[in-house]
Ligand binder design. Structure first.
Ligand code: AMP
Ligand code: ZN
Length: 136
């Protein structure tokens, strides 16, 4: 299998590495939404949030917090988006689990928001019923 993020995480392809430990490498995104946009890559290959083991997913979130804290200090950003895409329909283009850490600056034009829709009473009931059933 030829996965670019496996190769970057393993250090076979050079990257702008911000942080590395036994489980993860954190790199700068080559197509940044804003200054300092970083990616958390697990060193082992998992396609998405459903494949990554729970314990590693937990570690990824703890690491995200560490990077956000460092970014606020070093980049003087005003906020952060933590984004994690699953599936082509959700915008995933590299099918090796990763988390985007996107520093936000007042007035930047980064497009990581959505236009709010509406939730009808019927949908509220139908979605709550099927989701609570699936979560049992
Ligand atoms: P996603 O759309 O969530 O799959 O995000 C993939 C991200 O990986 C995009 O933001 C790309 O800019 C980024 N990307 C793709 N190839 C590389 C690479 N070789 N080095 C750094 N970032 C990359
Ligand atoms: Zn991979």
């Amino acid at each position: 299998m030829d996965c670019i993020f496996c190769r970057i995480a393993a250090g076979e392809i050079p990257s702008a590495t911000l942080y590395e430990d036994e489980d993860f490498r954190v790199i700068l995104d080559l197509g940044p939404a804003t200054r300092g946009h970083a990616l958390i890559l697990p060193k082992a290959h998992y396609r998405n949030l459903l494949e990554i083991p729970e314990e590693l997913a937990g570690k990824a979130m703890i690491l995200a917090r560490k990077i956000v804290a460092a970014g606020k200090k070093a980049l003087h950003c005003d906020g952060y988006n933590v984004v994690q895409n699953n599936g082509a329909a959700a915008g995933q283009t590299v099918f090796h689990f990763h988390m985007h850490l996107i520093p936000r600056y007042e007035g930047d034009q980064a497009g990581v928001t959505w236009k709010p829709g509406t939730l009808t009473e019927e949908e509220k009931q139908e979605i709550t019923a099927c989701m609570t059933e699936a979560l049992r």
